[in-house]
Every structure is written in C-alpha cells, then in structure tokens.
Ligand binder design. Structure first.
Ligand SMILES: [Zn+2]
Length: 62
C-alpha cells in the first residue's frame, strides 16, 4: 500500500505543462529539398536542417 501513497504525491503538473507548452520555432530551409520549414531548435550555420519529411527519410526505416 505504500506505493499507492507515493503515487498521489507525484510531481506537480507544472513540470508537464512546461514540457508540452509552445516551443519556440525557428524558420529554416531544408538542406535536402530546399523547402521552408520550422524547427524547434536554433539552426546552426554549417549544420544542415531537414524538413519533417526529409528528416524522416534520413532515419533508418525498420
Ligand atoms: Zn526537405
């Protein structure tokens, strides 16, 4: 029964809210298809940025 007690005392939802909140998006151009896209991180110069589709294609498909 101890575990049930701990469950009620879980972390404040504030942590979750922050995590799922609106992310800052940065405009970028896909290095693969030159499509304009937005990425949740700041694109670095010299580092290729891929749009969603191309990023997906880059990942090994299993
Ligand atoms: Zn692309």
């Amino acid at each position: 029964m101890r575990r049930d007690n701990q469950r009620e005392n879980n972390r404040p939802s504030r942590f979750n809210d922050r995590f799922s909140g609106p992310r800052e998006m940065h405009k970028a151009v896909c290095a693969e298809c030159n499509a304009e896209c937005e990425v949740p991180f700041k694109p670095r110069e010299g580092k290729p940025v891929y749009c969603r589709d191309c990023y997906r294609n880059k990942r090994p498909a299993f």
